[in-house]
Design a protein around this ligand. Sequence first.
Ligand code: PEP
Length: 255
Amino acid sequence: MNKRVPIVAGNWKMHKTPAESGALVKEIRTGLPAGDLGCEVIVAPPFTSIAAAVEAAAAGPVRVAGQNLFWEEKGAFTGEISGPMLKESGCSHVIVGHSERRQYFGESDETVNRRIAAALQYGLVPIFCLGETLEEREAGKTFEVVETQLKGGIGTIRPDDAAGLVVAYEPVWAIGTGRTATPDQAQEVHGFLREALAGIFGEDFAGGVRILYGGSMKPDNAGSLMGQSDIDGGLVGGASLKAADFLGIIREGTK
Ligand code: PEP
């Protein structure tokens, strides 16, 4: 049986003002069942909405993540946000290496590695995203691509320092497209990633690490995806913007 506590995390991308963010967190909190959820719930609002989300989340189980961070602590880096800034704002997690960052903002495995290392250094749990494009999948390169991203992102980070790391497999062709990986397709890659992590950090680490699936997850496909042995929850984009849909996915994660 899968003993890893699942995580359902919402990536709000560039959506929701502070007032809208506070209201959405409240709606999610109110809709959650009372008592031990058996599932971790995280939301990642835009930077400008973190304070409002943290305030609205204060009394409940919902935790707040940044969508990115820069690796330096402070300095002349206009437009960037550091780990200590996220931490002091009340974030517990931070998304790193999302495919939109890789595609539109020049993220590479090397910069992803520096961001993951900084997150760990400043006490934030990195949600480390990776995944192949459609072209790479059709060329039969999925495993090669995700292994390169995994190893590049981890770099020389040591297993003790990586405790808590969360990995999110997000096939680029499934993000925001409505085209979800089948449970078998996703499980195949998740199993591969867990084995690769065993090779890097050892069996104990690999047995405990949460590997989330992301890519058009919805309430009606979440159960079959999260029912796979190596899928430990979801990183949810579009469906996390409506409380009812997000709660529907969380319900599947708590079954
Ligand atoms: C994402 O952006 O991480 C994501 C999975 O988006 P969506 O659920 O909209 O495909």
